[in-house]
Design a protein around this ligand. Structure first.
Ligand SMILES: Cc1cc2nc3c(=O)[nH]c(=O)nc-3n(C[C@H](O)[C@H](O)[C@H](O)COP(=O)(O)O)c2cc1C
Ligand code: SF4
Length: 497
């Protein structure tokens, strides 16, 4: 896990929790109604992939139980994990790329509405992602994947000082490269070939020599639109378009987008496809349906988009009529660590990943509310442009006073708690009822994220070994962890027998 240079461990801050009366008078627990977004309170559980779907992307009982457990805490909204808009094999990630997924997804919607007593809105995050392959061994890469060219032969001849390599048979070139050291490979392979060898083959939106990448602007609006229609048919209260982190749409918004087909280059080119996707979704689901997006306030990679780009995009999204904007940060492939052979690169292992899910091993700024300044700047710019689009802030938000302060300062309209809600899905009910002292605090050390990285069922170290043998507890595949937080009941009022 990446850490800022000179990182210090930040203690969890002490806090005073509100009484029920103070909570009732708070902005945090007041309803929000702004355009198509109406919430019973200004709290939000953002998307978190729990790795509980089937290999075919279908909803399982475990997926339903996961969302039911969040809904029992009665937050204002829960966003269902990144769900693939294409019907292609993608491991145990949820899919919405065909009508056959609708009935399973409806089970999540029903569970959330029922368990929250109608208090929690349920949205689904719609994602498109490009192909990422596992890192190959050198032998596999050079014998199977590398396309040997004359440029390789010439480079070998020069690097080894032996002109015979200019006419070497392909098999000899491959065999020589399998045993080559980093220096020789640095001279013989292109930057892209080195990346494919060291990180695994990964497509980018800049690979316009591939016809399916060139065609993304033609195909994505319809794919997102159909997925959103299915979400509506399944009963979701809204959709969140995933324009953040390491995935296709964020690639278009990135300053690293070098496309020359009108969908890259300057700000207008980069935001064009996200706007066209939104327009297609809007046409498909109608004006009254909740459609928002999650995007990055800062990519945190060299040459990537920064806050000024994000502000421009947010103003364009607001002008186009997006119903909310959820602001995230980082989470990119470009600065991810080199994976072990046989593993796939994971976009949360570098600095940008740290900034997405900051830990207590932090620099002076610390992890708590670390990304709020981005949301605040975006909200101010959106308001200055005359739009009332609600802005959702996330990143190290865990305390009542902190969340209330963010709202009262006008830094955001809604606060999102991801890991704190995972550590304690009852945070919202406990704090609202004056039982804040019972909150199971998140430690912000990213045990959950390490499970996500290994594609194992995500659980929390604060509860996953608790009461394992209690009736009705379902366990992870290794049998060692419970899959949802233990139940909580408010203490009986004094004097109750
Ligand atoms: C296990 C895990 C899975 C996540 N999956 C998603 C996801 O599917 N989509 C997304 O936009 N963010 C995802 N995130 C990021 C969170 O939504 C959130 O932005 C991040 O954890 C920072 O918020 P926090 O400090 O409240 O945890 C995930 C985070 C975790 C810990
Ligand atoms: S595993 Fe750790 S970081 Fe993740 S939710 Fe639990 S306490 Fe927080």
């Amino acid at each position: 896990m990446w850490r800022p240079p000179g990182a210090q461990k930040h203690p969890l801050p002490d806090t005073a929790w509100p009484t029920a009366a103070e909570a009732a008078a708070s902005r945090l627990f007041s309803p929000l109604s702004q355009g198509a977004l109406s919430l019973s309170q200004r709290t939000w559980v953002p998307a978190m992939v729990p790795w509980r779907a089937t290999e075919d992307g279908e909803v399982t009982d475990r997926v339903v139980a996961w969302y039911r457990r969040f809904a029992e805490g009665q937050p204002g909204a829960v966003v269902v994990e990144a769900t693939g808009i294409r019907d292609v094999p993608s491991g145990p990630l949820l899919r919405i790329g065909d009508d056959r997924y609708i009935s399973g997804l409806r089970r999540i919607v029903d569970a959330v509405h029922e368990a929250s007593g109608g208090q929690t809105r349920v949205l689904i995050q719609l994602i498109d992602f490009l192909r990422v392959r596992r890192r190959p061994s050198a032998a596999t890469f050079f014998t199977r994947f590398l396309t040997v060219t004359q440029a390789h032969r010439v480079a070998l001849a020069e690097a080894l000082g032996d002109p015979a390599w200019r006419d070497a048979p392909e098999a000899a070139v491959r065999t020589r490269l399998v045993t080559a050291g980093d220096d020789l490979l640095g001279e013989v392979l292109s930057a892209r070939e080195r990346q494919d060898l060291q990180f695994g083959y990964r497509e980018s939106i800049n690979d316009t020599h591939l016809s399916h990448i060139a065609a993304l602007p033609e195909v994505l609006p319809a794919l997102f639109a159909k997925a959103a229609q299915r979400a509506r048919a399944a009963g979701f209260d809204g959709v969140e378009l995933h324009y953040a982190h390491a995935y296709t749409m964020a690639g278009f918004l990135s300053r690293r987008n070098q496309r020359t087909d009108g969908y890259g280059g300057d700000l207008a080119g980069r935001v064009r496809l996200p706007l066209e996707v939104f327009a297609a979704v809007r046409r498909a689901v109608g004006a009254d349906y909740l459609v928002g997006a999650r995007s990055l306030g800062d990519e945190v990679i060299e040459g990537g988009s920064r806050l000024d780009d994000a502000v421009h995009y947010a103003q364009a999204f607001a002008a186009a009529g997006l119903d909310f904007l959820s602001v995230s940060k980082g989470g990119k492939f470009e600065d991810a660590k080199r994976p072990a052979v046989g593993q796939a690169v994971y976009p949360y292992t570098g600095q940008s990943g740290y900034e997405c899910m900051p830990t207590v091993y932090s620099d002076a700024a610390g992890p708590f509310g670390r990304n709020v300044p981005l949301a605040a700047a975006i909200r101010a710019a959106v308001r200055a442009a005359g739009h009332t689009t609600p802005i959702v802030a996330a990143g190290g938000i865990h305390l009542f006073a902190q969340a209330e302060g963010i709202l009262r300062a006008g830094h955001a309209d809604v606060v999102a708690l991801a890991r704190q809600a995972l550590a304690d899905p009852d945070w919202f009910r406990k704090v609202r009822g004056g039982h804040g002292a019972e909150v199971r605090r998140c430690l912000y050390t990213n045990y959950c994220e390490a499970l996500d990285q290994r594609h194992r069922e995500v659980t929390c170290q604060r509860w996953d070994r608790e009461a394992l043998d209690a009736p009705g507890v379902s366990r992870s595949q290794d049998g060692r962890r419970r899959l949802v937080a233990p139940p909580w009941q408010p203490p009986a009022p004094e004097g109750t027998p």
